[in-house]
Write a protein of this length. Structure first.
Length: 462
């Protein structure tokens, strides 16, 4: 019954990433809900546990692998107006949620939040304090920064540490200058060591380094050198990302002559896994997150709540997403459009809204959970109110039969050495409707050729 899923993922592995749904057009075709926010807001207002994401879109330049909602025209006035709107929106939302709501995790991401000037950062941290006070997590507030900022702006790091930021995630991505230049991260070249040392000095409780694998020109030895360098710099955790070539808006996809195959991704991942576990980091095989600390996954409480526990989340800022009570919404994409709606009195402006049926929510969360190399039946039952067996029995059975999952410690884990099978493993959890849609609408990238490598169309659809 799942043969069609596996066959499609075998031909088009780059369409079966950790992110679900397969493409935005799929949810637009099937689950669009009338615009407006009352139902979402009702769900947010009644949630007992709620994760918070705050988006700061400003970046100096767009990296060529990035398809986030990024704004590279952030004049000081524009940034100030945006931050005022963020603080207003956070205050309004604070008044709308339950007084006893628990907020397990808050991520301040982007973009590059630390591009903001000190006074703006300070006011934003102030607006986040009432939210952090609702958390029982030891490290509730996590902020993303870049090597260039962390290496050269110690005052900003002090401000973050004193303003309640307990975890910082540094977007190292690569330690090789040529690789960074090839993906338009020129400002970050040669900054990682100094940045990591500065973060340690600033006294954050947890420092994480992000690294990408599958970038052009990067072999297993290069990626092993990247992870060894950040691990030896004393970080608490390392998050590895397989470079995604799927979807619109990634310039890299249009210029890369041949995409990494699943086996090539696996060789890169395996090299990192060996280096990190030999240095005392732990993770189930297949997990993209590694931690030095027992009992921790290494990711932020916000992401852990979203990915492993399927908790509802609310997003503040342009194009931030909210998923609560089965309603999945996106704030207006453009910075000005979002700001204008907040200035006009909106509590949670959303321009795209979808009503996701349970099967879609399950697929979304199972795929994210697999990015930790595991499916935990107990956490699944708590999140979805049905057992993993009831919701995904045939998919789990097929994955066990194929040797892509194994049973260990009361959960299902990615089988050691089978990172290459992840696209096919993920496809098993796609609802049949999503597979049919992909079959009739065409996956976004060309199939693997008989030589085993995918080719990028000269003009990939945008
Ligand atoms: S710094 Fe991060 S958010 Fe900004 S363009 Fe690069 S990858 Fe995207």
């Amino acid at each position: 019954m799942l043969d069609g899923h596996v066959a499609l993922a075998g031909r088009h592995p780059h369409d079966f990433t950790v992110q679900y749904p397969p493409r935005r057009e799929y949810v637009m075709d099937h689950f669009r809900a009338p615009a407006g926010t009352p139902k979402v807001l009702e769900a947010v207002a009644s949630a007992r546990r709620l994760l918070l994401y705050v988006h700061v879109p400003f970046c100096e330049a767009r990296c060529s692998y990035c398809n986030f909602a990024v704004d590279t025209h952030g004049t000081p006035e524009r940034q100030a107006r945006y931050v005022r709107a963020l603080c207003t929106a956070l205050g309004r939302l604070s008044g709308a949620v339950r007084r006893d709501v628990e907020v397990p995790g808050i991520d301040l991401g982007g973009g590059t939040p630390t591009l903001l000037g000190m006074p703006l950062l300070e006011s934003l941290l102030e607006a986040l304090k009432p939210w952090a006070a609702k958390s029982a997590s030891p490290f509730p507030l996590s902020v993303e920064t870049t090597p260039a900022v962390a290496a050269h702006e110690p005052d900003k790091l002090r401000l973050l540490a004193q303003g309640g930021v307990s975890r910082v995630s540094l977007g190292v991505q690569s330690t090789a200058g040529a690789v960074l230049e090839a993906v338009r991260r020129t400002a970050q070249v040669g900054q990682a060591d100094r940045a990591l040392a500065a973060l340690r000095r600033a006294g954050f409780q947890r420092v994480n380094a992000d690294l990408i694998f599958g970038l052009p020109g990067q072999g297993p030895a290069d990626f092993a050198a990247d992870v060894a360098r950040v691990a030896d710099a004393g970080v608490d955790s390392v998050t590895t990302y397989d470079c995604l070539y799927r979807g619109k808006g990634r310039a890299l996809t249009r210029v890369t002559p041949s995409l990494p195959t699943p086996s090539e991704y696996a060789r890169l991942y395996d090299a990192a896994y060996e280096v990190l576990t030999a240095r005392g980091f732990h993770a189930p095989y297949g997990s993209l997150n590694f931690s030095r600390h027992a009992g921790e996954t290494g990711t932020s409480p916000y992401f852990e709540g979203r990915l492993l526990d399927g908790l509802p989340y609310v997003g503040v800022g342009n194009y931030a997403s909210t998923l609560c009570g089965g309603h999945w919404g996106f704030a207006p994409y453009k910075v000005d459009a979002w700001v204008e709606q907040v200035e006009g009195g909106a509590v949670l402006p959303l321009s795209d809204l979808y009503a996701l049926p349970p099967q879609e929510r399950v697929a979304k969360q199972v795929l994210l959970s697999l990015s930790f190399g595991r499916l935990d039946p107990a956490r699944f039952q708590t999140a979805h109110g049905v057992s993993l067996q009831q919701a995904c029995g045939p998919a789990v059975a097929r994955a066990l039969e194929e040797g892509w999952l194994v049973e260990a410690a009361g959960e299902y884990r990615v089988a050691p050495g089978r990172f290459d099978a992840l696209p096919r493993l993920r496809s098993l959890f796609y609802p049949a409707r999503a597979i049919s849609w992909l079959q009739s609408n065409g996956p976004s990238l060309s199939p693997l050729t008989s030589g085993g490598r995918a080719t990028v169309p000269a003009a990939a659809p945008r």
